[in-house]
Write a protein of this length. Structure first.
Length: 115
């Protein structure tokens, strides 16, 4: 088994670019908190499966998150990675909209990188 690998660069999408219904001031307050940051710490392998362990920071509050890697595709100069994570929004301090959405949210990631 290979040693765990450590990702080098945190990725920082702007909240204004995410397709999150209701992600205005009521839920996230994107104007005051324009970034969601995920910093991967290591990749853990179990047989043919891989999990990216890291920390998600929303509104200045961080919480551990594990992203299950489902597929990795390499095509010439393009890398595509698909995965899923379950995020406890209460751990991130997002407690509004009770009854409208669950405490734990499933996030699907579709990441593309080009050299």
């Amino acid at each position: 088994m290979d040693a765990p690998k450590t990702p080098k660069t945190p990725k920082t999408p702007k909240t204004g670019t995410l397709d999150v219904p209701g992600a205005g001031t009521y839920v996230i307050d994107a104007a005051a908190h324009p970034e969601i940051v995920f910093h991967g710490h290591r990749i853990r392998y179990t047989g043919q499966s891989a999990v990216l362990e890291g920390e998600l920071t929303v509104r200045g509050v961080g919480a551990p998150v594990e992203v299950g890697i489902e597929t990795v595709t390499v095509d010439a100069r393009r890398l595509t990675v698909r995965g899923t994570a379950t995020v406890d929004r209460y751990a991130l301090g997002i407690t509004t909209a009770k009854g409208m959405t669950g405490r734990r949210l499933r996030i699907e990631l579709d990441v593309h990188a080009t050299r």
